[in-house]
Design a protein around this ligand. Sequence first.
Ligand SMILES: [Zn+2]
Length: 284
Amino acid sequence: MEDQTLHLDMIVSKIQNSLKRTCYRPWEAAVAPFCVAPKVYYVGGNDWVACYLIDTGEGLILIDAAMQEIMYLVTESVRLLGYDPLDIKKILISHAHLDHCGGVRALSEYTGAEIYMSREDWDFMQNHREVVFHKPFAVGDFTPDKFYEKDCPVTLGKITVETLHTPGHTPGTTSFFFTVADDKGTKYRCAMPGGLGLNSLSNQYLDKIGLPRTLQKSFCESLRKLKEIEVDITLPSHPDILEQFFELADRKTCNFQLYVNKTVWTQLMDSHIRMMEQLLGRPV
Ligand SMILES: [Zn+2]
């Protein structure tokens, strides 16, 4: 019970900080969908945790499934863009925390979409169920249809999503990379880091949950590995990790150019390396 309370406190405080509100009800903060890259859209429906929709030409891929309480905002976002939620064929989960996978059961039952996640976070979920499944939030239990395979990216239609195991935030946190092209054929490399929150990396948290402190080292290694990758468009898993993410949205003409910036990705990794140094009180 203590573990549950600890994790819940962290989630609640993160939501409060993010929303600058005194309650934790992200499903009340409706955000209309918008374009972040060619045929790629923010469909989180709320301003706290992201979901991204990719139109592959042969069906839709959804990255992350938010909380179950937010599901109606996600499906409505998909409809507002002119798509049918029933065309979602694959749901890719970044990591096994309820704000990213809480809605996946409801959504997969509704759409019939296949659920993908990492084998490492599947094990984490089975061995630490109190971290993922707890009240007051509803989290439907689920079994993934497929695990990410190192040399086997997820392909649907014209889009191939490469997955990279980037442990730290959870043991199986997975980051996503894919390339899209605009009408003129210009290509853009898009990426979403699977989980950058330091909330699950303190000694206190890891000891309470019963996870090894070596995850701190893994996280630093993941950040360095990610930093080496060239990315044109950074898709934050929580919008608040990027300044002005919502302000740059163009909902009228779908102009995504303001999101094209190679330095955003490397700066994001650098800032988290510095935050880890602060957390650990030493260079990493
Ligand atoms: Zn998380």
